[in-house]
Design a protein around this ligand. Structure first.
Ligand SMILES: C[S@@+](CC[C@H](N)C(=O)[O-])C[C@H]1O[C@@H](n2cnc3c(N)ncnc32)[C@H](O)[C@@H]1O
Length: 224
């Protein structure tokens, strides 16, 4: 695993440890600024959060309709402060939520207090902590962009494709102001190319304050 990787900005390359330290630092912020651009006005962050919850809920409903039964198991990769976790919990019989930042995970636990069907795990995505498990739906919202190393990203994407029947993926494709050295912008096609058998069920382009993201519901051809 290379110690350093190049990012989309001219800043010095960040290491995996740099990225982890940056998330620990962001976890000290208040409210949505912990997991969203701190420079964005709070009302915009609130609107984007409501819209993102709606998209995730829509895609979970579509996956359930396609399965012909309720979603039994969901995996959330990079749950942050649990902004979206209760939405997953409202549409799945069991949720496994993973994040690498202890303070984020603490906040997510509080956000899901009383939801007994949500399990939290402190882990890095690149350790593939879900390996060996299977999930009806995996959800990753603005997380894979923080995997800077191409080889690690390939492993994570391949592993998610093998473990999931559906994936809800939301990632930045273009930013109004340059993203920091903690992120790397990639197209949806770049992610799909790393996921064996990926078929796009639905795709939406999102523009929030000039930041462009793509939201997609992806299906994998696992046997019933
Ligand atoms: C932009 S926030 C998004 C959080 C959540 N998905 C949401 O939309 O509210 C990114 C989160 O991913 C976590 N994260 C970043 N890289 C990670 C990695 N390699 N493994 C696990 N978690 C990671 C960070 O700790 C942070 O909580």
């Amino acid at each position: 695993m290379p110690a350093h990787v190049q990012t989309t900005t001219d800043e010095p390359a960040a290491t995996q440890e740099d990225v982890a330290r940056e998330w620990a630092r962001r976890a000290e912020r208040q409210g949505l600024a912990r997991v969203m651009r701190a420079s964005q006005p709070t009302p915009l962050n609130s609107r984007v959060t409501a819209a993102t919850r709606d998209i995730v809920a829509d895609y979970l409903r579509t996956a359930a309709a396609d399965l012909g039964r309720p979603v039994a198991s969901a995996l959330e990769v990079g749950c942050g402060v649990g902004r979206l976790t209760p939405t997953l919990a409202g549409h799945a019989e069991h949720v496994t939520a993973i994040d690498m930042t202890p303070r984020m995970l603490d906040a997510a636990r509080s956000a899901c207090a009383g939801l007994d069907h949500v399990d939290f795990r402190l882990a890095r995505a690149e350790e593939l902590p879900w390996r060996g498990g299977t999930f009806d739906v995996s959800v990753s919202v603005w997380v894979l962009m923080h995997l800077l190393d191409g080889e690690q990203l390939s492993q994570v994407c391949a592993s998610l494709a093998a473990a999931s029947r559906y994936l809800v993926l939301i990632e930045y494709e273009g930013a109004r102001i340059p993203v920091s050295r903690w992120s790397r912008l990639r197209s949806l096609d770049t992610y799909l190319a790393l996921m064996n058998g990926a078929q796009v069920v639905e795709e939406r382009s999102l523009d929030y304050g000039g930041d462009r993201s793509t939201a997609a519901l992806v299906r994998f051809p696992h046997p019933a």
